[in-house]
Design a binder for this molecule. Sequence first.
Ligand SMILES: [Zn+2]
Length: 349
Amino acid sequence: MHFFTIDRAKDRPDPRVLMHRSFYASSLPRVMAVCRLFGHKPVVDGYDSQYGPENRRHARWVACERCGVRPDPQGNLNADRWQLGQPYPGPFNGRHFPKEAAHQLAKRGIPYQTPTQPGPWPAQPTGTLAAEVVVGRAHSTGIGVKVGNPGDEHTLQAHLGLGPLGACYLTSERFGTWVQRRLNNEGFQTREIDLSIHSGRLWWKVWARENEHHASDPKWMDGNVHIDPRHHLLGPRRNRKISETDRMPVTVYMPEGDTHQATVHLEQWQSRRTRGRATTYWMAQWDCEAGIPVRNHEWKGDHTYSCAWQIEHVTPDTERWPYILAAKAAEQCTRDRAHYGYRAPEPAA
Ligand SMILES: [Zn+2]
């Protein structure tokens, strides 16, 4: 058993967040009372896929139908002879092959073959439980559960978001496998049931695939509805650009001493509902063709090229507005540099 916690509030100090911490309990023994009393119930597990190399499209191994524990080794049965879900009567005499030995063989060009037959059941199956707790302002309002797919390292997940009060996220690895095997033991998709409120809408998911939406999905499965009464009384809100300034050349002076040529401009936007009053606001933007470096990575993506944000108390009538935007660009990039631990290159001798 191994317990540890991580303070998440350190990364992003927000005075409205009183606590943001993750708790982990790993290598916890699993109870599996029925399996301990009566023994495991071996069945054939695996998958059939249309994708990937021909010899990897089908796989069969052995797992317990109740708790999902696999023998070690798990076996590599012939997919033509064994059907998914059929009981596996034995034998269990596959020999355990140490990982290091497999690694040594692979180094010499001899690929390691999983033993065909499954081995003995593990004596002490373990799992992991994790919780993330936010006290104070949280970024979600809603409630939901997720049931992992058979290959998912997260077996079950649940969350409760209470907006300004806080939030709680729970995750299990291997705990809850009995539920997962009953509900979602085919395919590669995690399923979720979720109810949340954001952007003036109520959103729902009913056994929907995680991170995936098909146009053919029925509306009851994945949908949303406006709950802001103004939407129904005054019509939908629309934003449109009504004017913009020329792009003004500026120099961005970074505190590290480097300078960058950029352009800045202001845009005036109008927001109104169909039968409502119009309000206007200003957006500011800077663009730097060469990019301003903000982190030390070897590949591309270590520069920031542009940024747009809503700006208050600055219009084209404000004196020196291009300089104000250039200073803001330096501030934004300085924050990014601090976040990524950027080190300025040594000046050439
Ligand atoms: Zn079992």
